[in-house]
Write a protein that binds this ligand. Structure first.
Ligand code: F6R
Length: 365
């Protein structure tokens, strides 16, 4: 069957049963609802931990699909926050973490060993601690130690639960006046934009009208390189890369301008000797001209140079608020990576190598 028809023959759940037995696309389609639900997830404010102190910085600690929510938070804090947010993806927290640091431990399963070690570090540093998880050991630790925690619904792959993992963090910061912005309208807009995207990119929309299916086809057999045009698009480019890695099981790479213009741009001199099948997706924003007019010229020149050896594609953020624009670009990758998995005939949900690695490490005790 031609690839185009393969993507058009998956409109119903039954038709997708063999290619997507665990229903990743169904989770993707429910993502706008997940975000709406996530906004109302309550925080349980503990009584334990150290004495309240002034919060001067924030460290979100987590890995993979749970860490990316911290990256989104950082993007918002860069725009609206009075204090910095950093994201820690390792066993240990930086040594500057102290009682003036809010540490948010984010692990969907609640059993990721690096995050469990990092929360121990946070305790030793007498940091202010908050936990977002669906359960596991992390929930036990939070309840036992009296840390603030938000319990999110469990039972799905962490990378499909970024709404659950992100919105409680946003609420926590807003509740503690750690973001100088009111997000109610932005959240409404974000969910609305996501719902519109789900209608336009969903499985029943044929390839001829479906840009996610079209991009999946264009990327078939290629090595995707995702470039964010600037700012938060760098974080989103990394999310696209990870979705191609985890959902599609392919190599993919990401970077962001202007940094790319100072080193990686030279990779395109010889890239076609390394492989003939690169494809570059630029993640753009309609507001980038007002953010920085010079970035437009950077994108144009980069596209011209890269376009000599690779197909170049563009995807634009939608919506007005930063939150909506960020989530719209994130959401498009969910569809493209799952459709591309269908074209390769791989199950988007299974992550056998990650599971294997975690099992091997468990054996160490
Ligand atoms: C799996 C996924 C992974 C996990 C990571 C950490 O869907 O996205 O990147 O997020 O292995 O596990 P958690 O999120 O349970 O702490």
């Amino acid at each position: 069957m031609p690839e185009e028809n393969r993507l058009d023959a998956i409109a119903t759940r039954e038709q997708r049963a063999t290619v997507d037995p665990q229903g990743m696309l169904d989770l993707v389609l429910k993502f706008p609802d997940q975000c709406r639900e996530a906004v109302s997830i309550p925080w349980h404010y503990g009584v334990g931990g150290s004495e309240p102190a002034e919060t001067r910085r924030i460290a979100v600690t987590g890995l993979g699909g749970s860490a990316i929510g911290g990256d989104f938070l950082r993007c918002l804090a860069d725009e609206y926050g009075p204090i910095p947010v950093m994201v820690n993806r390792d066993y240990h927290l930086p040594h500057w973490v102290n009682r003036n640091t809010l540490v948010i431990a984010a692990s969907y399963s609640g059993n990721t060993e690096e995050t469990l070690q990092a929360i121990r570090d946070a305790g030793l540093a007498e940091a202010q601690i908050a936990v977002v998880t669906s359960g596991g050991r992390l929930a036990e630790i939070a309840k036992h130690a009296g840390y603030a925690y938000a319990l999110v619904p469990g039972g799905q792959p962490p990378r499909s639960a970024t709404g659950y993992m992100f919105f409680p963090q946003l609420n926590f910061l807003a509740h503690r006046s750690l973001l100088r912005h009111t997000f109610d309208k932005d959240i409404e807009e974000t969910v609305h934009v996501l719902e519109q995207l789900a209608r336009r990119l969903g499985p029943e929309v044929p390839t001829a009208q479906n840009v996610a299916k079209q991009l999946a086809q264009a990327l078939y057999g290629k090595i995707p390189v995702i470039y964010g045009s600037q700012g938060y698009r760098g974080v989103v480019a990394y999310r696209w890369k990870c979705q191609f890695n985890e959902n599609t099981k392919i190599a993919a790479f990401s970077n962001v301008l202007p940094e790319q213009n100072h080193n990686e741009i030279l990779a395109w001199v010889q890239a076609n000797k390394q492989a003939q099948n690169w494809a570059v997706v630029f993640l753009r924003d309609p507001q980038e001209r007002s953010e920085n007019p010079r970035i437009l010229r950077r994108v144009e020149v980069t596209q011209e140079l890269v376009g000599r050896v690779a197909g170049v594609y563009e995807v634009y953020a939608e919506g007005e608020s930063l939150l909506a624009r960020l989530f719209s670009l994130v959401y498009i990758a969910d569809f493209v990576s799952v459709y591309l998995a269908y074209l390769y005939g791989v199950c988007p949900t299974e992550i056998s190598y990650i599971d294997h690695l975690k099992e091997e490490l468990t054996k160490l005790g």
